[in-house]
Design a protein around this ligand. Structure first.
Ligand SMILES: Nc1nc2c(c(=O)[nH]1)N[C@H]1C(S)=C(S)[C@@H](COP(=O)(O)OP(=O)(O)OC[C@H]3O[C@@H](n4cnc5c(N)ncnc54)[C@H](O)[C@@H]3O)O[C@H]1N2
Ligand code: MOO
Length: 406
């Protein structure tokens, strides 16, 4: 096996994302679009507000007619505009969201007036500026304007905006088909029937859950025993997958067969080994069949290594296939509540818990230790050879929740 030195994280992420062309475009109804990415810019099909609307319940009055008294000559309610005209000394009862009549220049809050029959007098302050409680036509957006850019993630707010802009269907990318494979002779499929020399296969469920969090169709296979034949049979079931994610067997041991099995299947190795801890032995390969590219991520078997490499590579890859304009997780500054020791020669992603405005690294950082991963919500990013850091220092970290992106 060639032993080129591990490449940098940035280099590896760039090389992986360069392999990922967004999947074919499809139009889906808005309810199915949540968590996906807009494939084309979305333009408003209507203007919002469609007319000047009142932001408050009160009375509409004319230009320069803020002192009163007034006579109430009609009403504009939401969905039922006032059709007539009105003059100086006259007012229109108006509700929140109702159209402000053409002749009106101000809405006076109902709390600021006294009403007796159709007679209205000012008892409080008139609005300042006069148009304060009027939302002008097109304040939110105008017909034809781009309301969402291509590559934006459709969250609840974007979904509401698309509907409000007049869209029942929006263009997104097809959901990636992902095959997640556990591999290793030591793995038990059933955690309640785990032999003395076995460990429960936990990576597959974890990786599948992570992939599902970014809107993918996920299938699982395994645990696959450590033989070339078993791996070949497993890969043969992944013909339809856009992405194949294996865990385990990525390192240099005698039973680490993922790489040779992939090559036998017709995959081409892109790169192997990245200078990060945990997760160094990650492998990226591609397989081209009938004009279609499959991307294979061979993640290291240690559960935390699997999780961290899925966070840094699998999720960004899936987001890129879904058409995200910003697939990589973003780090943010975090204040240390407890000191950190100097880092070794590999860039490290340190499990930590952020609470009460500060972050504390977990004492246990072994790449097999799931309890400290499950107790963490942050990965601190420690450069190779970073010196010790004191409590109070600010360093960068990644949110584990939401895959590190908005
Ligand atoms: N001589 C060397 N040995 C190792 C090196 C090295 O550079 N030289 N790298 C180490 C590093 S770093 C890592 S990370 C591991 C990764 O090894 P593999 O990807 O080959 O993983 P395995 O050996 O198959 O398994 C490692 C560990 O993880 C457990 N595992 C595997 N799959 C699962 C699963 N689906 N669910 C739960 N746990 C799983 C497995 O039982 C092992 O305990 O290699 C080091 N060795
Ligand atoms: O790079 Mo490995 O993932 O340290 O355990």
């Amino acid at each position: 096996m060639t032993r080129e030195p591990p490449i940098s994280l940035e280099d590896a992420q760039a090389r992986l994302l360069a392999l990922a062309a967004p999947l074919p475009l499809e139009r889906v109804d808005i309810d199915s679009a949540l968590g996906r990415y807009l494939a084309e810019p979305l333009r408003a099909r209507r203007t919002q507000p469609f007319a000047a609307l009142s932001a408050m319940d009160g009375y509409a009055v004319g230009e320069g007619d803020l002192a009163g008294p007034w006579q109430i000559v009609g009403e504009s309610a939401a969905g039922h505009p006032f059709a007539g005209r009105f003059a100086r000394g006259q007012a229109i009862r108006i509700s929140t969201g109702a159209v402000v009549p053409e002749d009106a220049a101000a809405v006076i809050l109902q709390e600021d007036v006294g009403r007796a029959g159709d007679r209205l007098t000012l008892t409080g302050e008139p609005p300042f500026p006069a148009h304060k409680h009027i939302r002008p036509r097109g304040m939110d957006f105008s017909e034809g304007a781009e309301v969402l850019a291509a590559g934006v993630r459709i969250g609840p707010a974007q979904l509401a905006l698309a509907i409000s802009a007049g869209h029942a269907y929006i263009p997104v990318r097809r959901r990636p088909r992902v095959m997640v494979m556990d591999s290793g002779d030591e793995l038990a499929a059933d955690p309640e029937a785990c032999g003395a020399h076995q460990i429960p296969a936990s990576n597959g469920a974890m990786l599948a859950a992570m992939a599902r969090s970014v809107s993918c169709d996920v299938q699982r296979i395994g645990p696959v025993p450590d033989t070339m034949d078993d791996l070949a049979a497993a890969f043969a079931q992944a013909e339809q997958a856009d992405v194949i994610v294996t865990s385990g067997g990525a390192s240099v041991g005698d039973h680490d067969l993922v790489r040779p099995a992939l090559e036998t299947w017709g995959a081409r190795i892109g790169f192997w080994r990245v200078a990060i801890k945990p997760g160094k032995p990650i492998l990226v390969a591609t397989r081209e069949t009938a004009g279609r590219r499959q991307i294979i991520l061979g993640l290291p078997g240690n559960p935390v290594s699997s999780h961290v490499t899925a966070y840094l590579f699998m999720l960004p890859l899936l987001r890129a296939l879904l058409g995200s304009g910003n697939p990589l997780p973003a780090s943010m500054p975090m204040r240390l509540d407890a000191p950190l020791p100097a880092n070794g020669g590999r860039r490290a992603f340190v499990r930590a818990l952020w609470q009460d405005d500060g972050v504390t690294a977990q004492p246990q950082q072994d790449s097999s230790a799931l309890a400290s991963l499950a107790a963490s919500n942050v990965l601190l990013d420690r450069a190779a050879h970073a010196p010790a850091a004191a409590a109070g220092e600010v360093i960068r970290g990644y949110w584990l929740e939401n895959g590190g992106t908005a």
